[in-house]
Design a binder for this molecule. Sequence first.
Ligand code: C2E
Ligand code: CA
Ligand code: CA
Ligand code: CA
Length: 277
Amino acid sequence: AKQTGSSSYLYYSREMNLRSLERLKLEGSLRHALDRGEFRLHYQPQVDLASGRITGAEALLRWEMPGHGMVPPAQFIPVAEETGLIVPIGEWVVDAACRQLRAWLDAGQAPVKIAVNLSPRQFSQNLPRTVLGILRAHDIPAELLEVEITESMLMHNADSVVAMMQEFAAAGVSMSLDDFGTGYSSLSYLKRFPINTLKIDQSFVRGIPRDANDSAIATAIIGMAKALNLKVIAEGVETAEQQDFLKSAGCDEMQGYRFSKPLPADPFAALLCASNG
Ligand code: C2E
Ligand code: CA
Ligand code: CA
Ligand code: CA
């Protein structure tokens, strides 16, 4: 029994070492990824359900780790958050999105709104000043930028978060509440914060229309958004059945593979041209 115990301990610790080695390698590479220009943004269209027109896009971060290929954000964003690297990386995201918008405007393309994700770890008093500075540097109207925040951000330090959001709102930057329904925020948050849009999390969209609970939750979120005068977007829409259900339930917009995966800038611009004319 003693032997088994010690060998399973050895096995366990070897596995742990491998895992922390992988993690250290990832962290080391992530530290250089910005300097080495390894990040890209992909753009996923957001589509008006009534007209079928693209109203904007969510910018999603892509990282090609040398020798590894694409690392999914779900793997490297948590590491970026723990190490604080999310602050410069998050700034790069806003700058890259605004640089892209400027290139599209200069090329005479009809303007669309771009949404960027903000991590709770990026929150600081300086965040609105930084973001508004980037908008100004690229001469982008604030109305073309949206920031996506999660419920966990709202719960952090509610008063200073309200102040930060009011600065964004006053400047004309709109805000959406991401992954809605998955967090713990009370509904009173919706009144307290100057949110413009609710994004129904894809975990509820997945079961539509067959799963009665998912369908009821999505319908309730749409009803609540309407009552509070908020725009509502469904995430992760993959099928025609989901699209039809959401449209008849009164959902404003959809985002998901049903219409398009996240695309590099040029294919996104081509799709925009083809869809909106
Ligand atoms: P999210 O903000 O909820 O983004 C939506 C995710 O759903 C994206 O995954 C997108 O590619 C995926 N998706 C879109 N349509 C569908 C669909 O029809 N079906 C399915 N199954 N998935 C769909 P992605 O790009 O892997 O990003 C994962 C998460 O990483 C994001 O979730 C977001 O939380 C985070 N993330 C991505 N880019 C950034 C960034 O620039 N900054 C920060 N802080 N977080 C980011
Ligand atoms: Ca998002
Ligand atoms: Ca989301
Ligand atoms: Ca999510």
